[in-house]
Write a protein that binds this ligand. Structure first.
Ligand code: BTN
Length: 326
């Protein structure tokens, strides 16, 4: 079905006690009454409760508890991000689905969301726990016209946007740990996995995947991560609206992404440094068996971490896991 037409029908039915006949909707949208009926059936399958009475017409009674593309798009207010949203009950990984859609030509700003993932991907081949119905698993397709060396900046941009979206929705701002962890205290609240399709010096597209633990209690995490993972519910003592957080993420991402593609990466670095407080800290960064130890000095223009080793040598760290020593 045309998701757009279904969205328009929903918009007409929103509001208190609104009844509309098939004929009224059909006239307003310029489609047949039988097409309207098909859209109503599809919306019902997606979880909308819509009453249909012969004399009074259609009435929207309840919207689904999980975020649907239409709830997210209602009042979203972005220009490009979230114009196309694909929501699935379950996928292997939203990044894999988004990658496939991007290869088939999906436009910039298209979003893939799932209620659960069977093979949620973390960084460096790790698994991202993705149980159903409580968290956000979101991937967005970007087509930036920037050199591939700037890709790390996209991860920093996404971390800043996501942290600010959490502040808007939950009332506190998480810290960022280089390059992509969102933390509450020492515990991990969310993470970002950036994957790109590129040639030697051209980016074809980038998929930015965000995982945010929302309405999980400590006991609902697998025992292996109970001491290292947390959720917004754990931090706040109450559940948060995933719908409002998804909308805030898309709005903030669009704003920060615009800043990035306009060549103002310095703005992203400045905000990232404020939120990470990594400057001047003693760190150990491990990657593929090697460890770089020293003082975190800065993030360079490309989003690369600069670490000064004990002997004074400056190392550029493109990827790895940071351990803050003090
Ligand atoms: C990490 O911190 O290791 C990155 C975690 C990224 C998880 C998200 S969930 C949505 C998207 N789909 C995936 O398979 N992974 C990312």
């Amino acid at each position: 079905m045309s998701a757009e037409a279904a969205g328009k029908i929903l918009e007409m039915l929103r509001g208190d006690n609104i009844h509309l006949s098939g004929t009224e909707i059909s006239k307003a949208l310029g489609i047949s009454r039988s097409a309207i009926w098909k859209h109503i059936q599809s919306l019902r399958r997606a979880g909308y409760q819509i009453e249909a009475k012969p004399a009074r017409g259609y009435r929207l009674i309840a919207v689904p508890a999980h975020p649907t593309q239409w709830e997210i798009q209602a009042g979203l207010g972005t220009e490009r991000f979230g114009k196309d949203i694909y929501v699935f009950p379950e996928v292997n990984s939203t990044n894999v689905v988004a990658f496939r859609l991007a290869l088939r030509g999906a436009q910039e700003g298209a979003v893939v969301l799932a209620e659960s993932q069977t093979r949620g991907k973390g960084r460096v081949g790790r698994r991202w726990e993705s149980p159903a119905g409580s968290n956000i698993y979101l991937s967005i397709i970007l087509r930036p016209k920037i050199p591939p060396t700037k890709i790390p900046l996209i991860t920093l941009m996404a971390a800043v946007a996501c942290a600010e979206a959490i502040e808007e929705t939950a009332g506190f701002i998480p810290t960022i740990k280089w390059p992509n962890d969102l933390l509450v205290g020492e515990k991990k609240l969310g993470g970002i996995l950036t994957e790109a399709d590129m040639e030697m010096d051209v980016i074809n597209f980038v998929v930015v995947g965000l995982g945010v633990n929302c309405n999980m209690t400590r006991a609902s995490f697998p025992p292996s991560i109970q001491d290292t993972a947390t959720s917004l519910q754990e931090a706040l003592g109450e559940k948060i609206s995933r719908l409002l957080l998804i909308q805030a993420i898309l709005r903030n991402m669009e704003q920060w992404y615009t800043i990035l593609v306009q060549g103002q990466g310095g703005e992203i670095r400045r905000r990232w440094k404020e939120l990470s407080q990594i400057e001047g800290k003693e760190v150990a960064v491990s990657f593929m068996g090697a460890v770089v130890k020293g003082t975190a000095l800065d993030i360079d223009d490309d989003g690369v971490l600069l670490v000064q080793e004990g002997g004074g040598e400056l190392k550029r760290v493109v990827a790895g896991d940071v351990h803050v020593r003090r």
